[in-house]
Design a protein around this ligand. Structure first.
Ligand code: C5P
Length: 231
């Protein structure tokens, strides 16, 4: 089956405070987006839709073509929306007709290793309607309200979700078509709109390197990792 990866890069990066949209901040001589796209092309033979902030489409295309090398025909760039979900919808509308597996990946998870992509794609190829990478939760988690601990949470049944989240294309298309409000991630959009086992999302092993660059500390960590292990 043919695979497309939607790389959402249209966030403003307000929490990063780096003066540019997060995906266009430098990690080394390359941007966050370029590093993420190098990872995507290293991981999979796939078509890639980059979702860029308005005004940054040209910069996104430059990064995408550099990452794609001889595979320039595998790249499309579209303009994102006000929310991540709107940006994914814009990306989904640009996916090639022949594609039957769609992955949605945060540009901000720029250091995600190739085997995470492979595990997600393999799970969907094996028949799961969707799959996402998870990490175990290491902290003790409490339910808190109004400044008081109101109860424990069984950590064994919790996991932190990462990207890429992968889906059968028809399942993701149908779920996005039906989505009538904002959800926390793509798996939640599918879970809300595809009933029963037809929408059951597989959990595969994530990787600590798939962390999301959100604040200045994350950016410093990503820069240090890239400096140690050039990608
Ligand atoms: O804001 P946050 O870091 O959670 O965003 C996750 C990913 O979604 C980032 O790669 C960001 O660029 C993307 N995004 C987007 N369009 C938005 C908001 C976020 O493509 N409106």
């Amino acid at each position: 089956p043919s695979v497309a990866v939607i790389v959402v890069a249209a966030g403003s990066g307000t929490r990063l405070g780096a003066g540019a949209p997060k995906a266009f901040v430098g990690l080394d001589e390359h941007t966050v987006l370029r590093t993420a796209l190098d990872g995507v092309f290293a991981a999979a033979s796939a078509q890639v839709v980059v979702v860029a902030p308005a005004g940054y489409e040209g910069a996104a295309r430059t990064d995408a073509l550099a990452a794609a090398g001889e595979h320039a025909d595998l790249v499309r760039v579209v303009t994102g929306g006000a929310t991540r979900q709107a940006s994914v919808a814009a990306g989904l509308a640009a996916v090639w007709a022949e594609v039957d597996i769609v992955l949605v990946h945060d540009a901000a998870r720029a250091l995600t290793p190739p085997d995470v992509f492979a595990r997600v794609i393999d799970a969907v190829r094996a028949g799961a309607p969707g799959a996402l990478p998870v990490l175990p939760v290491v902290d003790t988690i409490k339910r808190v309200a109004d400044g008081y601990v109101i109860g424990p949470v069984d950590r064994a049944e919790l996991a932190a979700a990462q990207t890429p989240q992968g889906f059968d294309r028809a399942v993701l298309d149908a779920a996005y078509l039906a989505a009538d409000r904002e959800y926390t991630d793509d798996a939640a959009v599918v879970a809300a709109h595809v009933a029963g086992t037809a929408g059951r999302i597989a959990a595969v092993a994530g990787d600590p390197l798939g962390f999301k660059i959100t604040g200045p500390d994350d950016l410093a960590r990503a820069r240090a990792l890239v400096a140690q292990h050039p990608v």
